[in-house]
Design a protein around this ligand. Sequence first.
Ligand code: GDP
Ligand code: IMO
Ligand code: MG
Length: 430
Amino acid sequence: MPVTILIGAQWGDEGKGRYVDWLAASADIVARYAGGDNAGHTVAIEEDVYKLHLIPSGVFHDDVVSIMGNGMVVNPVNLVKEIKGLQAMGIEITPERLLISSRAHIITPAHIELDKAKELARGTKAIGTTLRGIGPAYLDKTGRAGIRTGDMLLDLETFAERLYEAIERTNETLVKQGMEKLNPQEAALEYLDAATFLKPFIVDTSIYLYKALKDGKKVVCEGAQGTLLDIDHGSYPYVTSSSPTAGGALTGLGVGPLDVEHVLGVAKSFSTRVGGGPMPTELEGDIADQLRGTGENFWDEFGTTTGRPRRCGWLDVVMLRYAVSVNGFSEMMLTKMDILSGIDELKLAVAYEVDGEQMEFPPVTNEQLERATAVYETLDGWQEDISGCRNFDELPAAAQAYVNRIAELCDVPINTISVGPERDQLVLRS
Ligand code: GDP
Ligand code: IMO
Ligand code: MG
């Protein structure tokens, strides 16, 4: 069973990119299955820091094929920019190394305008989207009104017609929201160049994967966003519009469940969230500032896609336990343990108290979640710099106890912990 699915266990930005890069060293294919350029995945390789939005994070390995699956929504203009940016940094991106599903949906300029308009209309209840047009594009997909990357394989005139029609359709909704219409021809200009550029990369990736799996190839499915942003399992409506959870990998790539061997959850060793919605362990003050960092380092908690400061708080085990339950993680991997050095006492939210009742799993409604107070367990912190540790036994006893307690509370093994953003800054349990 050659498929490994890697999923963010929290609200995104857990450090998925760095683990995908690590797993890609022993994989043949890395495939993104959901979301679009709302994602921002960071891979640090020596002096270079790469921020990927659409291209899978296995691209830095010469013999890995990257796939953008049918479950994604693609902004063709931003994709071309990303490809050219990577090429300029010396990364080879050719139609042999990057395959884009012909069934992925296209984000049009009108989707982006509509995303902005809807956020404005929500006022204080804004979701805090990345304004990349994600929600409106998925809405057109499920409403059976979208256009797909496969349409770019048609002759340019026909693709242009489809694109103009799609923009016109969204224009009607824009006008209802009190916004200006877009001129389809003007708005779509760059899209036509992008379509010409991308044509050779577009194929039926599900058939490609079917054949590759028959040939015994190893596939890593790269989750974007995180479990708590899932359209079904997240804190609706403060979620994204796709399925970042394990099931989404199957539908988002066209792969069957019997091929899946591992489901890996990536969790940051504290909580962060960017955008609106409840976050029961959110902190303000010195500890939050320490967790967030000042923004001077590329790994500080400021959005990779939007630059927004991320909300920070103690690790929320209630949410992690829930992520284990909806994804069926075979293992969890932690990130950013180095950031916890120097905090005297660490807290883990082991339950919520909602209306006088203790809960081990999060309540379903946001109203209840807003009223939830975290029940904390306090653990000793550690002062040592752990960024040079590579083996679990080298970690200070308090750091080992922190990891072991999370594994115990979530009932899932944790054998891999990162202690810095670089490729080799990984602690493994022997
Ligand atoms: P993703 O969206 O899940 O791929 O995560 P992001 O790239 O948005 O955010 C994670 C940030 O943490 C990036 O800047 C990574 O380089 C950084 N990072 C990942 N693992 C570690 C770690 O163990 N320690 C530190 N200090 N930074 C890390
Ligand atoms: P990666 O893959 C963190 C959040 C947005 C907002 C909500 C909806 O880097 O972990 P959208 O633009 O998707 O309609 O926004 O989801 N969001 C993310 N937060 N990491 C991400 O991706 C995110 N992608 C979307 O901030 O709250
Ligand atoms: Mg990110």
